[in-house]
Each structure stands twice: as C-alpha cells, then as structure tokens.
Design a protein around this ligand. Structure first.
Ligand SMILES: *Cc1c(COP(=O)(O)O)cnc(C)c1O
Length: 403
C-alpha cells in the first residue's frame, strides 16, 4: 500500500499526532500495537544480515519493535532530537545513560535536588563500580564549575526540581559541560517538550520518565533517552541489547497515544496550576508558595524564558506551623481533609495528586538532610490535573480554612 511521507517542517502539535512508523497493510488510523516478542525472518540470509546490522529489519523486541519505534520517533520529534530510545522506566533511562557513558574512574557532577532515586543510583550504586559523583547546588553555577575534575564525563540536571521547583540554567550548564569536554543530560520530566526543549538549549541528552506527563493518565511505567543519532545508535542501543532495560511495546503504545494530547494537557494543567498558585499565595493560612510562574519565585525570569512562559503543573506550598511537629500535623490535616485529590506517589496525571514530601518521596532522608534540601514538615506538593479549578480550590479549602 502506498503511503504519503509526512511533509517537511511540520509544527510540534502535528508531529505529536502524526509522527510514527508506516501503517501496516491494513491502513489502521490509530497506530498498531505490535505485541510480539520476536519477528519471523523470511530466510536465513536475511536473518544473518539483520542480526549483523547490515540490513534494517525487526528481530526481537528487547531492542527492536515497531510500536516502540513509533513512540521513539514521536518523542524525538517533540524534543527536537535526532533519535530516542525507550526504556522500561525513567530510572531505567538513567541507568542506561550511566552504563552507556561511564566507566570506573569517571566523575559526574549532579544537582543536589534531583529525583531521589537518581541521587541513589549515581551516588550509591554507581559508586560500587568506581564512578564518583559530586552533588552541587541546583542554582549556583560557580559550584558546578568548581566541581569539574579532569575525569568529569557527565553533568546531570533536572529542572524544575521536585518538590520545590528550583530552576537551573540549561544553556549555562551546557557551556560548562562542553568547556570541560563532558556531556550534559537533562531530566525533562516536569516540563516535557511541550514547555522546554533542553537540546535547543545546548543539552546533549534528554532523560524522561514516560510515567509522568508523557503518558499523562497514570497508566504505565516508561522512560526514554533522546539525543544525537550517533549517541543513541552507537552508545545506548548496544547497552540496551546486552542489558535489556527495554520498554514493553504495550507501554510504548500507551505513551505514544499519550503524546497526542501532551500539548493541550500541559497547557490546561499549567493554567490551572498558575491560578492555584496565585490563590494559595493570597491565602492567609499559607506561609509560602513555590511555583516558577509566580514573580515571587527566585528563578521566575529564567523559568519564563526557558519554559515557554509557563510554570509547569506542580505547585508546592508551606502551611503555617511554628514547630516541625505542628507543621506536620497541619500538612496532614490539609491533605486528609481533601475529598477529590489523590494521595499517591505519582505526578503528571490528569487526576490531581497531593502529597507531604517529608513523609513520602523524601521520607528516607534524615531530618537534617531534609532541612538542608529545604523540605520541611509543613510543605505540601500538589501536582495539578484537569479537574475544574473551583473544585480543586474547594478541596484545599476544607483543610486550610479549618487550620
Ligand atoms: C518519576 C521520576 C523519575 C523516575 O521515573 P520512573 O518512571 O518512576 O522510573 C525520574 N525523574 C523524575 C524527575 C521523576 O519525577
């Protein structure tokens, strides 16, 4: 069946619904789900050429599957990257990144405010294999620069951070990395390419947890790395082939379909988050709001420039509490008084999620480490979904108004 190739120079909204591998002979309009572990070969000669890489063709779904390919092509198009490789989870993407780029003796510089499991993987797990990591301030470029050693191979950043939404300057970090002959990887989970494209800003690799906004409806665990064709094919695919942190075709299909609504979901969720942040900032029972879209945010200007003028969909705030015990009691009261919001560990869902970071995502830190990270007992994080804003405000008011 003849198929028209996509025209050149399409907008992102168009690529988000159209970029994919060719349709099958049946002409399905929604991309097919190829739920198969392996692919039959027409003859031994072809099989030999495909296995050796001389000829393209699907072999085995640990490293080649058309549904996964479609997701990878679509996400690469959205990130402005030449290529992408899907992984079993966001953490599998970080694992693949490190296995591909690092060896014993190498050094990494990483923000102290990145996702907790990323810190553990770099700081503890890779430490076992002789990789050292320096953790530095999210926002102080001098600290990043001073941490560079002759063995530094990778700078790892995440912006904005969870839960305090601190923003770092991607372009400045890319310059620091490249001056040192290192690469910059950016975890783009919170903004997604709908708001922020790290590769346009000089980053070499984008890391994703597809579990969050890319799926967008809290259904599957998934991840990906985006980067140059050379990095993906020469550095990461061989590791994937041997180590097998592969994205399942089913999960790839769910993310593929999620990407179709990414732009409008992010737009609507950011809009609600901004309104909620403004409302919280004016609320007498709220001590402080952390949201890059507010002029009171310390990196507001940088965030507006770097994130397409949007603050993202995660809002954090401190309720009052003169002691840490009182802060915890007040935060628990607000969360337990909600009737709509989900009390759960995820984010990036169309269902609004509320958590107390000190006892959940950051519960494994000591109180001292938590305070150093600025995460106090009275802090609440809301990952804003798609419910009506008035209903969300009423849900928070139940607890806030009775503090
Ligand atoms: C959730 C998350 C991850 C890990 O992703 P999983 O899909 O849960 O493995 C990595 N980075 C950030 C910023 C996240 O929020």
């Amino acid at each position: 069946m003849s198929q028209h190739p996509l025209p050149d120079h399409l907008h992102l909204d168009t690529l988000a619904v159209r970029e994919a591998v060719d349709k099958s002979q049946y002409g399905e309009n929604s991309e097919a789900l190829y739920l198969t572990s392996s692919f039959t070969q027409p003859d031994c000669e072809t099989a030999a050429r495909r296995f050796s890489g001389e000829q393209d063709g699907y072999i085995y779904s640990r490293f080649t599957n058309p549904t996964t390919d479609s997701m990878e092509r679509r996400l690469a198009a959205l990130e402005g990257a030449e290529a992408c490789i899907g992984t079993a989870s966001g953490m599998a993407a970080v694992l693949l990144l490190c296995m591909g780029l690092l060896k014993s003796g190498d050094h990494v510089v990483c923000s102290r405010s990145v996702f907790g499991s990323t810190m553990k993987l770099l700081g503890s797990e890779f430490g076992k294999f002789g990789v050292t990591t320096s953790f530095v301030s999210q926002t102080d470029l001098v600290e990043w620069k001073n941490a560079i050693t002759p063995n530094t191979k990778l700078l790892f950043a995440e912006t904005p951070t969870n839960p305090l939404t601190e923003v770092c300057d991607i372009r400045a970090l890319a310059d620091i990395a490249h001056a040192a002959g290192a690469l910059l990887a950016v975890d783009n989970c919170f903004c997604t390419p709908a708001l922020q494209r790290p590769i346009d800003l000089g980053a070499d690799i984008v890391v994703h947890s597809g579990t969050k906004y890319l799926d967008g409806q809290g259904r599957v665990i998934a991840g990906a790395l985006c980067g140059s064709h050379e990095l993906i094919t020469k550095t990461f695919i061989p590791v994937m082939r041997s180590a097998g942190m592969s994205l399942s075709p089913f999960n790839a299909w769910v993310v593929l379909k999620g990407l179709e609504t990414l732009g409008i979901r992010m737009e609507a969720q950011c809009q609600r988050a901004l309104e909620m942040a403004k409302w919280l900032e004016a609320h007498p029972k709220v001590a402080r709001v952390y949201y890059p879209g507010l002029p009171s945010h310390p990196q507001h200007e940088l965030a507006m420039k770097q994130q397409s003028g949007k603050g993202g969909a995660v809002v954090a705030f401190d309720v009052h509490g003169s002691t840490s015990a009182e802060g915890r009691k007040n935060a628990f009261h607000v969360i337990d008084s909600t009737r709509l919001m989900s009390v759960t560990a995820n984010l990036g869902d169309v269902k609004t999620i509320i958590t107390q970071p000190a006892s959940t995502s950051h519960g494994r830190l000591t109180e001292e480490q938590r305070l150093a990270a600025g995460i106090q007992q009275h802090l609440i994080r809301v990952a804003v979904g798609l419910e009506h804003l008035d209903d969300l405000k009423a849900d928070l008011s139940r607890g806030l108004d009775t503090l």
